[in-house]
Design a protein around this ligand. Structure first.
Ligand code: HEM
Length: 454
């Protein structure tokens, strides 16, 4: 069957609007109405949307040159033309090879104590300020500082803060209007959101270059920037400064807001379920491996996928089962649909970390980090970070949710986020003891924090 004949919702503008504002509910409603796959006709094209394992297999296994990333024109100004998110074909493959090692295996262990240290310090600051905040706020501070420290190798708090602020200034200047309507990416005589964004971005570029220059002078180290400066392509050449700038921007951008929103959702889900919370606390306080916390992280990303779908544009026709998708159409790998497969995840709306205890799901069944040749390079880093921050919360503070009802998920720019930010109150341990604990975590002689899964 030709994919153009698939059924789907009518009205391009309305479909786009519903899909952008409430992708969780709309994806499921459309699957119920039209089946999986269905055809979402949106303003920037026709997307074959699917969460079916056999179709995902066809998409992830297809040769990389079958696809272009979707919406490149929209994100290119934010991350840069040389960003992994934008590159295709051989350039993408060779760039991934250089970027992946810092986020794998033993390299990642180097970030564990930073993750714990940053968590405790931000809890200390929240307590000192009276304890009332939102998870969104504290999670953004924690994840941004963690990624900045891991990437730039800075120890000094003020330096980390200054870098973080530089990045946030640029991201804050991003406006959905020009992301989703790239024809608005024009200067208009220095007025309007895009001109404002360009000014912030140029200042950001200058700061990044200064950081690259300074890091070059310091020599070797475990931080991502140090590894990128030392990395070599297959032909022995090094990355140019412009390439490094684009990838630093990409990693910090892709790596902090996603993890922050996952953490905010996680707290909202766990702290409303006394039995889950009790079991998590017990495991965190036992000080050993953290399989249940790992399961909580995975179940959070199942019910609240932060990027609801990975969309690719077909450069060549693709066959998925009995479906032929012609070149020019788009395929959307939907985490919402995949994670709501009732056979794999019975009662899919229920939050049950136990689903992930003692079993794993395949790369076409559970896809919070996408898949195939563009799968998220920070997946292991993000899961470890969420586990360690959660352990830090459970061990160090009493947390109370201040809103009587669960937070409503909505799409904020590209990522999903809890609408009310998840208001919380922290209480408990004295702030001094938190700081002492954070210093202990920082001292290398104290060994590693038990942040790993079983
Ligand atoms: C909970 C947190 C995170 C979630 C839910 C998430 C999710 C995703 C998804 C769905 C994709 C697209 C995959 C695809 O197209 O198949 C992606 C790509 C990517 N992510 Fe993440 N991510 C997270 C954290 C991170 C972190 C911490 C980093 C960096 C350290 C990172 C760096 C990237 C990069 C560079 C790409 C582009 C890969 C490529 O195009 O080859 N992400 N992420």
């Amino acid at each position: 069957m030709d994919a153009r004949e698939l059924k789907g919702p009518r009205g391009r503008l309305l479909t786009t609007y519903r899909f952008l504002t409430d992708p969780y509910a709309t994806s499921l409603a459309w699957r119920d109405a039209y089946g999986d796959p269905f055809l979402a006709r949106v303003v920037n094209g026709d997307v074959v949307m699917t969460g079916r394992s056999e179709h995902l297999k066809a998409i992830f296994a297809a040769p990389p040159d079958t696809f272009d990333p979707f919406g490149v024109q929209a994100i290119a100004p934010v991350v840069g033309k040389g960003s992994l998110l934008v590159l295709t074909g051989e350039a993408h493959r060779r760039e991934r090879k250089l970027l992946m090692p810092p986020f794998h295996g033993s390299r990642m262990r180097a970030y564990e104590s930073t993750m714990r240290d940053v968590t405790l310090r931000h809890l200390h600051e929240a307590l000192r300020a009276g304890g009332v905040t939102t998870m969104k706020d504290i999670a953004q501070k924690i994840t941004l500082e963690i990624i900045v420290r891991a990437v730039f190798g800075v120890e000094d708090e003020r330096e980390a803060d200054a870098i973080a602020k530089g990045v946030v200034d640029v991201l804050e200047a991003v406006h959905p209007s020009f992301l989703f309507a790239p024809f608005l990416q024009r200067d208009f005589g220095g007025l309007g959101p895009y001109a404002r964004f360009r000014r912030a971005a140029e200042a950001g570029d200058r700061e990044l270059q200064a950081l690259i220059d300074a890091r070059r002078g310091r020599g070797e180290g475990d931080d991502v920037l140090g590894l990128l400066l030392a990395a070599r392509y297959d032909d022995g050449s090094a990355m140019s400064d412009a390439e490094i700038q684009d990838e630093l921007r990409t990693i910090v951008t892709a790596g902090h807001e996603t993890t922050a929103m996952a953490l905010a959702f996680l707290v909202d889900l766990v702290w409303r379920r006394p039995e889950v919370l009790a079991r998590a606390k017990e495991e965190a306080n036992a000080g050993g491996a953290l399989p249940y916390l790992d399961a909580i992280v995975k179940e959070t990303l199942r019910v609240r996928p932060i990027l609801t779908e990975a969309i690719r544009t077909l450069k060549k026709p693709l066959v998925m089962g009995d479906l032929e998708v012609p070149a020019g159409m788009h395929v959307g790998v939907s985490a919402v649909l995949a994670h709501h497969d009732e056979e794999r995840f019975p009662e899919p709306e229920a939050f049950r970390p136990e689903r992930f205890l003692g079993r794993t799901f395949g790369p076409t069944e559970y896809i919070p980090f996408g898949g195939g040749h563009r799968r998220c390079i920070g997946a292991a880093f993000a899961e470890m970070e969420l586990r360690i921050v959660l352990a830090g919360f459970l061990q160090s503070v009493d947390l109370t949710l201040l809103s009587p009802a669960s937070s409503r998920p909505y799409r904020r720019n590209l990522t999903m986020a809890p609408k009310d930010g998840v208001p919380v109150r922290f209480a408990g341990r004295s702030t001094q003891s938190l700081l002492r604990a954070s210093e202990v975590a920082r001292a290398p002689s104290q060994g590693t924090f038990h942040g790993s899964a079983a």
